[in-house]
Design a protein around this ligand. Structure first.
Ligand SMILES: [Zn+2]
Length: 471
């Protein structure tokens, strides 16, 4: 499919071939190509008109004659050819113009998706008001296109950036090939939500677009599959593509193998090392049982931060008819159910803390589900910063999702005391539960920040505020 550079190549090539030539005859063989007039009107209007100018906007060619304009979109396979008058018309040539009674100018389209519109005006402002042109955004290589304009167009779009850049009403002239190149040059993952764009991204996209389009126009467009311009000019730009159609080849920047995925149904090439998906900054909060994670989470929530709570997620994931519920019930039956067939948290906790094998089995059911739920919540979040409170953050591999980790620490004596009071259990049971987890000292070693929660609330808050400043 021709993109902006290819259409520009067609435009400049045709300029040298048909400008100032008079149409002495027109024959339309496939009516539907003309989208706003009958074949007869088209033929009559254009006979005796002379090609005065050929312009282009995005992927649209605009032929300006004495009294009329033709807007042409080549779509998938449209091409123009100049042939001698006596050359037999091929079945794919749908419109034949005779120029100066000496040469034939033919529109060729194997798939018949291309369209032309006839306008009775030669004024560019009126031409640009034609619906198909009016809805187009600024051209990707327009020097007046500012990063603020692009940023404002994209910042509320909840679609992958690739889809947003292909939408010609946001930015005009980038097709499937060049969007991949532009994302690569701008180090943006094609699946990143457009709403996550930064001003820097917008600036990089515009700079890359100008660069890639200028190079492509200079090289005469990209020839992939069927495109050739009217002189049979073959584009050379495919030699310079960095990621497009390079699946399984090394990235020119870092050597990582280029991947092919589908974004919005379109084949998409990218380097997963150079174009990393950017999630919000995720700060994990962990600790040991009764060490005070909830105190820290509650304070952060009060301050307006989003806190994902793994325990709350587990509660939701265990409700009747969920996959987790079914898996647990099929394994443990009545041992974990109350009279209403709901999972009884006390029964479950007892199983978890009393038998290590059972604990592993239960964790293997619950943890992957919580992990997925957290991952989903993070990827869908609009927040720049998210906290995630997970008791078994390290044990269950949730540290992979975190940029930084806060460990809430407490002395063992204090921990036993609080746990006995909170869960109304004996010292023996409290110790059993504490020892079932990774030692708190080990967690503190792995964390970025440590909060000492052994003293009063003011002391804890002071430490949280200090961490917030650092983050
Ligand atoms: Zn790379």
């Amino acid at each position: 499919m021709p993109e902006l550079p290819e259409v520009e190549t067609v435009r400049s090539t045709l300029e040298g071939q048909i400008l100032n030539k008079k149409i002495t005859n027109v024959e339309v063989y496939y009516d539907k190509i003309i989208e706003n007039a009958t074949a007869k009107t088209f033929e009559e209007a254009l006979t005796n008109q002379t090609f005065k100018q050929i312009k282009r906007y995005g992927k649209y060619l605009i032929f300006i004659l004495n009294d009329y304009a033709i807007i042409s979109h080549l779509r998938m396979e449209g091409k123009f050819f100049l042939k001698s008058l006596d050359e037999k018309r091929s079945k794919h040539e749908h419109i034949v113009f005779t120029l100066d009674d000496t040469i034939s100018f033919r529109y060729h389209d194997t798939r018949k998706f291309g369209r032309m519109a006839l306008l009775k005006t030669t004024d560019m402002t009126s031409i640009m008001n034609y619906p198909a042109l009016k809805k187009l955004g600024k051209e990707a290589n327009d020097p007046t296109f500012t990063k603020e304009e692009l940023y404002n167009k994209l910042k509320n779009k909840k679609v992958p950036i690739k889809v947003a850049l292909l939408d010609q009403s946001n930015i005009c002239g980038l097709g499937n090939i060049y969007v991949d190149e532009v994302c690569f040059m701008s180090k943006i993952h094609p699946q990143m939500l457009a709403s996550k764009i930064t001003l820097d991204d917008a600036s990089n996209i515009l700079t890359s677009s100008k660069e890639v389009l200028a190079k492509a126009i200079k090289a005469g467009g990209t020839t992939i599959r069927s495109y050739t311009s009217s002189l049979g000019v073959t584009g050379l730009f495919q030699l310079e593509l960095q990621v497009r159609a390079k699946a399984k080849m090394p990235c020119p920047n870092c050597g990582t193998i280029i991947k092919k995925i589908f974004v919005g149904g379109r084949g998409t090439y990218y380097c997963e090392n150079c174009q990393k998906l950017r999630y919000p900054k995720v700060i994990g909060i962990t600790g040991s049982i009764a060490s005070g994670k909830t105190t820290v989470s509650k304070y952060l929530e009060q301050k307006g931060y989003k806190v994902l709570d793994a325990d709350e997620m587990v509660t939701k994931l265990k409700t009747k008819s969920t996959i987790v519920y079914k898996a647990l019930v099929s394994k443990f039956n009545d041992a974990i159910l109350d009279d209403n067939q709901n999972i009884d948290d006390h029964k479950l906790a007892k199983l978890i803390f009393e038998n290590q094998m059972v604990r592993l089995e239960i964790n293997n059911i619950i943890h992957p589900a919580v992990f997925k739920a957290c991952q989903k919540a993070i990827s869908e979040s609009d927040d720049k910063l998210i906290f995630m409170s997970v008791p078994l953050l390290f044990e269950a591999g949730f540290d992979k999702l975190c940029d930084e980790i806060i460990c809430v620490n407490i002395t063992k004596e204090e921990q036993i005391k609080r746990l006995m009071k909170r869960s109304k259990i004996t010292k023996e049971d409290a110790l059993l539960r504490i020892d079932a987890q990774m030692p708190l000292s080990e967690k503190c070693q792995k964390a970025t920040f440590i909060i000492d929660n052994s003293k009063d609330l003011c002391y804890t808050i002071e430490q949280i505020e200090n961490i917030l400043k650092k983050i």
